[in-house]
Each structure stands twice: as structure tokens, then as C-alpha cells.
Design a protein around this ligand. Structure first.
Ligand code: B4P
Length: 189
């Protein structure tokens, strides 16, 4: 099973991915986490992406696709992957199809987490207070949301047409969203 957790910034993709890893043994591939790790290590890649992330932009397709390709290689043999925050553009989605197909695999399910914009902003504000993540200020968040609608949301009809998209209410508590995801996966198994 290869699953994409899909949704706007701060929808809870990372939060739910971590839980699914614990409960179902998936391997989580989060491009956001990979990019933050690159920054923390002070690598050349980290320096290259820092400004883009702080300004709420999207890192180039070339960079994130290479990161995913590398991880698919390193983690070959995993029972299934959860793609968290990837793909974020049509180019990334096409690349993911190619990368999986070349390994005899495919995307089986896309779980879209639905959350209203004002709730997303409230979550980001709370996370900023708790963790001080630089891109969690209201100005950068509005840029991230704009990029989501421009570049990422167009993937919704593509996956819907393939019949692999399921939508869940992401407005409730972490536990309620988890239950909604489990129910949606069970229904479409
Ligand atoms: P990400 O790390 O993917 O950040 P995100 O969209 O904010 O995360 P997510 O939806 O996972 O939210 P989370 O669970 O943490 O990306 C960061 C940046 O990296 C991007 O802006 C971009 O620059 C770059 N990037 C990453 N991938 C890229 C790609 N493929 N292409 C190009 N650029 C890329 O939840 C958010 C908060 O809400 C948390 O504090 C959580 O505790 C809380 N929360 C979650 N669910 C909740 C619930 N149900 N109720 C209450 N609070 C909840």
C-alpha cells in the first residue's frame, strides 16, 4: 500500500502520518522533514532551500524528487510508504508515478484532509507559539496557502479521476481525524 496524505499546510498530514507509521508499520516519507533536516545539518542543500521555506515558497521539483528517489532506494523492501507533503505539484505527481512504476509499484490511495483556512491559521499560530517554526507566521502562512491553491490543489481532480482519492473531515481533534482516516481506508480497502 502506498498512500499519499494530502492537504493544505498545517492540515495535519505529518501528525497523522506519524500515527499511521506507529500503528501500521508504514514508512513515512515527509519532504518537509527531509528539508528541515537538511537545514539543521547546515548542508549546501539546506542553505539553498532555507530562504524559499522561510518565505513560504515551494522548493524546486528537481530537489524534492531527488530526495524521494533516494529514500525509495534506501528504504526498498518497506511494506508501504506514506507520502507526507509530497507531491505538491503536477510535476512531482508525475515523477512519483514514474518512480513507483519503475519499482513495480503505484499510488494506491490519496487521503485528502479537509480543513477550513481560518482553522489552519489558528493551528499554525499555536505551533509558532509552541515551537517557533519560522514559516508559521501569518504572512508566510498566507503565501503557503496561496501556493497550495495554485500548485497543489490541481492534483485533486487528477487523483479523483483515477478513483483513488478519499476525503476526510480534518476539522476535529487529532483522534477524531485519525478515526475518520481509518474509516475511509477501511471502506475503500
Ligand atoms: P511541511 O513540513 O509539509 O509542512 P505543513 O504543510 O505545515 O505540515 P502538515 O500538514 O504536516 O501539518 P502538521 O501535521 O505538522 O512543509 C513545510 C515547507 O517545506 C513548505 O512550505 C515548503 O517550503 C517545503 N516543502 C515541503 N515539501 C515540499 C514539496 N514536496 N515541494 C516543494 N516544497 C516542499 O500539523 C500542523 C499543526 O497542527 C501541528 O502543530 C499539529 O500539532 C496541529 N494539528 C494537527 N492536526 C490537528 C488537529 N486535528 N487538531 C488540532 N491541531 C492539530
Amino acid at each position: 500500500m502506498n498512500l499519499i496524505l494530502f492537504g493544505p499546510p498545517a492540515a495535519g498530514k505529518g501528525t497523522q502520518a506519524k500515527r499511521l507509521v506507529e500503528e501500521r508499520g508504514f514508512v513515512q516519507l515527509s519532504t518537509g522533514d527531509m528539508l528541515r533536516a537538511a537545514r539543521a545539518s547546515g548542508s549546501e542543500l539546506g542553505e539553498k532551500v532555507a530562504k524559499i521555506m522561510d518565505e513560504g515558497g515551494l522548493v524546486s521539483d528537481e530537489i524534492v524528487i531527488a530526495l524521494i528517489d533516494e529514500q525509495l532506494e534506501v528504504q526498498a523492501g518497506a511494506p508501504g510508504f506514506i507520502f507526507d507533503g509530497f507531491p505538491r505539484t503536477v510535476g512531482q505527481a508525475d515523477a512519483l508515478d514514474r518512480l513507483l512504476e519503475s519499482r513495480g509499484n503505484a499510488v494506491n490511495r490519496v487521503v485528502r484532509i479537509l480543513v477550513d483556512d481560518d482553522k489552519l491559521l489558528a493551528r499554525v499560530t499555536k505551533r509558532f507559539e509552541e515551537q517557533g517554526r519560522k514559516d508559521d507566521n501569518p504572512e508566510t502562512f498566507s503565501k503557503r496557502l496561496e501556493k497550495y491553491y495554485e500548485d497543489t490543489a490541481p492534483l485533486v481532480p487528477i487523483y479523483a479521476e483515477r478513483g483513488i482519492l478519499v476525503e476526510v473531515d480534518g476539522m476535529g481533534s487529532i483522534e477524531a481525524v485519525a478515526a475518520a482516516i481509518d474509516a475511509a481506508l477501511k471502506e475503500t480497502a
